[in-house]
Design a protein around this ligand. Structure first.
Ligand SMILES: *Cc1c(COP(=O)(O)O)cnc(C)c1O
Length: 422
């Protein structure tokens, strides 16, 4: 019996023992060339919860029935629609409900939070971030720096992997924060790097920032719903995320934001205000003089995009059914199996894994570097029914997601990869 056969049997046993497996049927799985695809792209766009359609339908019905009166008489009144999202988001973020809210889109939230939390001065104007951050984050940081009249070349310090390494050492990030502490206003990291899948030691970064009075913000696009987070206990100042990746809420769906409790009642913090961030008790007085709501809600600007938030809630309810600890435990088993199956599929190491192997440094994603051939391999994988994603020039990312992927998916992927590489 060859090793792949043994892995297939192991996957069967793991699936049989998996208490989360029934959740797989709560999602629509895509079809490719007339056959169910092996979907390993939840890091980019999560699958559709089957309950999303009815949830959106409820809001359409209430809109049809109630029209404007739906703000108060809909089954889920639109006036306070966002309030129901705080508790489930807080459970995923490791936060207090008052510290989180669902609003806007990710890059928008990053800008809005930087308005409050990137306040450069003559002494401290720099931003420290990871090299090769997601392009939207790079543009956001650059344009914020320019907006304040600084030169990005001087103001933005990027920490890169050491020569010959694929990922950034946490120690190098910490040392850079120490080195530039006196001139740094903000450390802004992607909690999980979108390209390599590397998880940063967010708690250690937060502690070092606090020691030096530096503001610490995190983009959790690839972290929310993927890795354990303790934003409150780590004392992160602010964070933002999107909901269409691991949070399965649909393309362009509403994003989220975290603001630590210690900033909850600080009307002194400058912000770009809108009516939905005003204290709900006085929101409809329509008088000048913004009174921010307590906590993260004080950063909301506009009323809730109810139709897409309905899908977001359908997904958050599945997270509550599973619980992050169980999801994380399964995620680690899935990626462990993936690492071993890839070693069997690719004994000559043509697809080199650049994601860290240590459990605390990875989430659901595994990135493989295939020099010069990634595009062709990706095309062949698609042809064979595997949906991963290509990051030009050389990287293919695959992500077995514990809510809806099985261990069998992982081994089937490895078998396909073996055929494609061989
Ligand atoms: C996906 C992602 C984005 C996308 O930003 P949107 O504003 O949602 O379009 C931004 N930053 C990171 C790190 C991402 O992974």
């Amino acid at each position: 019996m060859n090793t792949m056969e043994l892995l297939r049997q192991e996957a069967e046993a793991l699936d049989a023992a998996d208490a989360l497996l029934p959740l797989r049927d709560e999602f629509h799985h895509p079809v490719l060339n007339g056959k169910p695809a092996i979907y390993l792209c939840g890091n980019s766009l999560g699958l559709q919860p089957k309950a999303a359609r009815a949830a959106i339908g409820q809001e359409l019905d209430d809109w049809a029935t109630w029209a404007v009166e739906g703000h108060f008489h809909a089954k889920n009144p639109w006036f306070s629609y966002q309030d129901a999202f705080a508790a489930p988001l807080a459970r995923i973020a490791g936060a207090l409900p008052s510290e989180v809210t669902a609003m806007n889109a990710l890059t928008v939230n990053l800008h809005l939070l930087m308005v409050s939390f990137y306040r450069p001065t003559k002494q401290r104007w720099r931003i420290i971030c990871e090299a090769k951050a997601f392009p939207s984050d790079q543009y956001a940081l650059e344009s914020q720096v320019c907006f304040h009249g600084y030169d990005p070349k001087d103001a933005i310090i990027e920490v890169a992997p050491r020569p010959g390494h694929d990922t950034i050492k946490d120690a190098d990030l910490l040392a850079t924060i120490e080195r530039y502490a006196d001139t740094t206003a903000l450390v802004m990291l992607g909690g999980v790097n979108y390209y390599t899948g590397q998880v940063f030691d967010m708690g250690a970064m937060a502690a070092t920032c606090q020691k030096h009075g530096i503001t610490f913000g995190i983009d959790l696009a690839h972290a929310m719903g993927n890795v354990p987070l303790q934003l409150h206990d780590w004392e992160v100042d602010f964070a933002c995320w999107c909901s269409y990746k691991y949070l399965n809420s649909g393309p362009g769906a509403v994003a989220g934001a975290f603001v630590h409790e210690r900033h909850a009642d600080r009307p002194d913090l400058p912000r770009f205000a809108g009516w939905w961030g005003n204290d709900p008790d006085t929101r409809f007085r329509m008088e000048p003089g913004f009174v921010p709501a307590h906590g993260a809600r004080g950063w909301q600007m506009s009323n809730a995009p109810v139709l897409n938030m309905a899908a977001h809630m359908a997904s958050l309810q599945l997270f509550d059914r599973a619980g992050m600890p169980a999801l994380r435990a399964k995620s680690l088993k899935l990626t462990d199996l993936l690492h071993r199956a890839m070693a069997v599929a690719d004994p000559n190491g043509r697809a080199r894994i650049i994601t860290p192997k240590e459990e605390h440094r990875r989430g659901s994603q595994v990135s493989m570097l295939i020099s010069g051939k990634a595009e062709a391999v990706h095309a062949s994988l698609l042809q064979a029914g595997v949906i991963g994603d290509l990051r030009r020039p050389d990287v293919i990312r695959v992500s077995p997601v514990p809510l809806y992927n099985s261990f069998a998916d992982v081994v089937r992927f490895a078998e396909v990869l073996e055929g494609v590489l061989g």
